[in-house]
Design a protein around this ligand. Structure first.
Ligand SMILES: [Fe+2]
Length: 235
């Protein structure tokens, strides 16, 4: 934990990302506590499954939790949003498009668009990235992208039909156009590679970023013989 001025200066203005691996039986998710040590504030991405672990991480950080960012509304990404919002008296953010298709509700829920905003010292830049769901969002905070089930290090999220796959193709093009090569990627799940890979590495190795048109992309994304269990978002 950064505690003194020298260490803060050494770290610069980049937020700290605390990686929290959480699980529920065979489901494994990654939650991220994003910390600004200058204003002593934090936000958390897609909290699920293990409230004790999350509470400990917040306490260890010495920060005030100011908000909960949801990349989409599947259960394994929203599971602890309401209890945490009640406990820490903070906002929950989700895209307006996802609110339309989801029955998730909470008094603290605020619909957002792609306009960036500040949470104390943390600048949040949302990207609307439909495909896995109609209102999926990725969040850029500092040089870190929290990509939910849109972009994994090893692949991309499942798409329910061809229209969704076309949207996913466009969403990945947006990500390719917007990110720096050294942006670190923090997905909702991992399938072998640890979270926080540089985008340049993922760009080289992830087959879903290699397609030049939406038709070829969709054919591959929807190919037969995949694992369509709702608990496995990638294969
Ligand atoms: Fe999902």
């Amino acid at each position: 934990m950064v505690r003194n001025a020298y260490e803060v200066k050494k770290q610069g203005v980049e937020p700290q990302v605390v990686v929290l691996k959480v699980s529920n039986m065979f489901m494994i998710n990654y939650n991220y506590l994003v910390i600004d040590h200058i204003s002593n504030t934090s936000v958390i991405i897609d909290p699920a499954w293990d409230i004790d672990k999350i509470d400990r991480a917040i306490a260890d950080s010495g920060t005030r939790l100011k908000g909960i960012l949801l990349t989409h509304s599947h259960l394994d990404h929203i599971h602890l949003a309401k209890p945490l919002a009640n406990k820490y008296d903070c906002a929950i953010w989700m895209s307006l498009e996802e609110m339309v298709i989801s029955d998730f509700s909470a008094p603290q829920l605020e619909g957002i668009d792609e306009r960036p905003w500040m949470v104390e010292g943390l600048k949040i830049k949302p990207f609307l990235t439909p495909g896995h769901t109609a209102g999926s969002m990725c969040y850029l905070i500092g040089n870190n992208l929290f990509s939910g089930d849109t972009l994994f290090a090893e692949g991309c999220g499942l798409c329910p039909d061809i229209a969704a796959a076309y949207k996913m193709f466009e969403s990945l093009q947006t990500i390719k156009a917007q990110l720096r090569s050294d942006t670190r990627i923090f997905p909702g799940h991992n399938y072998g590679k640890i979270p926080g890979q540089e985008f340049a590495t993922i760009l080289q190795n992830n087959i879903y970023l290699q397609f030049g048109n939406k038709q070829d992309f969709a054919s591959y994304r929807l190919r037969k013989g995949q694992n369509h269990s709702k608990f496995f978002e990638f294969l």
